[in-house]
Design a protein around this ligand. Sequence first.
Ligand code: TXE
Length: 505
Amino acid sequence: MSSKEQTSMFKKWKDPSNRSKLYINGEWIEAKGKNTLSVHNPATGEKIAEIASAGKEDVEYAIRSAREAFDNGVWRTTSAHERSRLLIEVAKKIEQNLEELAELEMINNGKTVREAQGDIEDAAKTFRFYAGLAIKSSEEILEVDNPFTSKVVREPIGVCGQIIPWNYPLLMASWKLAPALAAGNVCILKPSEVTPLTAIRLFELLDDVGFPPGVVNLIIGNGVNAGQPLTESYDVDKIAFTGGTATGKKIVETSVGNLKKVSLELGGKSPNIIFADCDYETALDYATFAIFNNAGQVCSAGSRLLVEKDIYDQFVQDLIEATKKIKVGNGKDPSSQMGPLVSEQHMNKVLNYISIGKEEGATIGCGGNRILKDGNHNGYFVEPTIFVDVDPNSTIAREEIFGPVLCVIPFETEREALRLANDTPYGLAAGIFTSNSEKADRMVKGLRAGVVWVNTYEQNLIEGPWGGYKESGIGRELGTYGFNEYTEVKQVIHSLHVEPSGWFS
Ligand code: TXE
């Protein structure tokens, strides 16, 4: 998209008579209460859009529309081939609009263009992957005694409320919508109020593709007004949520009324473990990538770096040098390697953690401050920050900071590394760097995490399961695991001899 086109697009969104609406029952409509919310560019602080903000009445209308679409069978009885075809059309539309979507993501979230493009490509791949799974039969025939046959089929759950965060806006929308639609569910997506722009554009594309009314619905608004009514509704059959652990716990409470299915992908404090026998350059490279990619706003960020004593001093010194070279700046500048944090509120939360680290006596290796320099006065930029020799029991080593802040902790033995790695309420991801495959194997078996990387970090595969142990969540996304989370299992027992049971005669 040229900068001229971009300016006119944002002008459209700033104009109150043209403000972006909610997408419910196949139509773009105003929010009933005429409420709006402002959207900002975190690299400049500038307001870039004013958009409709849903309240309870709007959410209830979306739920009624989705319920009707599910109950009348318009989508679940559509042939799997047709569902698959439509999902492929969505993938194609995303690919055709990649540049525009990446630019929107970059301007609304702050991530660099390179990061944004990667996300949009992955979003298209997610729709393609689930288009394939839509037509893969999951029917299972069980070996049972005569005269019965037993067949297990998977069916859609129903109305799915999908609540997503701001760190990967379009990608998270795709992780939620694609498997749910492939399995025959109907969806109500609620993006983060901070980063709704690519979701709005995605729904314009879904509208072009032509899903039946009520099958895909978009509500925008904050957690209390737009998210909570979804979780509380008895007409919603499933909630899929990605976000903070505290909000995840609240959602479990508010969803309990009709015992709806709940899947949660929550926070983490993931250990990245560097053994002295690692490939040094590879480990160093991934140590920075694991924490500073997407400015540390990643659920699986390698935010606790455990380094074996034998190489600790040298590794830390090289790490600090490499970190000081990271170029922080506006994502639209192709030379920027790390963008701002997503909002002023989030930046203040991260800066507060840095202050706590200092107060608790941790040593700053580098960074530790907001960046206020020419051109960035109103942006939410924070220096890539490393705390060294961190006490594993300190606040910064235990709580999710969700920013560019790394805690480095030394260890002496494999056993100590494993103990430190697992000493957290979270269990999303872990990394191990070693050239000893037996050691890697022992560590993999001992680590309590949903994803373990060996000699790499943050490789995210659509084909495999994604989710956490312990307080990092419930259920799995992606792969067949993610598809199955959107299905109910039905066993069909069929008698081949039609005769009375004779039990009471
Ligand atoms: O997330 P929230 P916030 C972590 C990270 C971050 C912290 C808080 O540590 O600092 O969470 O971030 C909606 N009922 N992660 O406050 O609240 C909300 O509108 C229903 C980790 O931004 O979890 C948004 O759409 N919905 C994470 C979504 O929940 C509610 C990514 C996420 O917001 C709601 C983001 C409610 N009561 C933050 N309250 C990850 N796992 O990747 C809020 N929401």
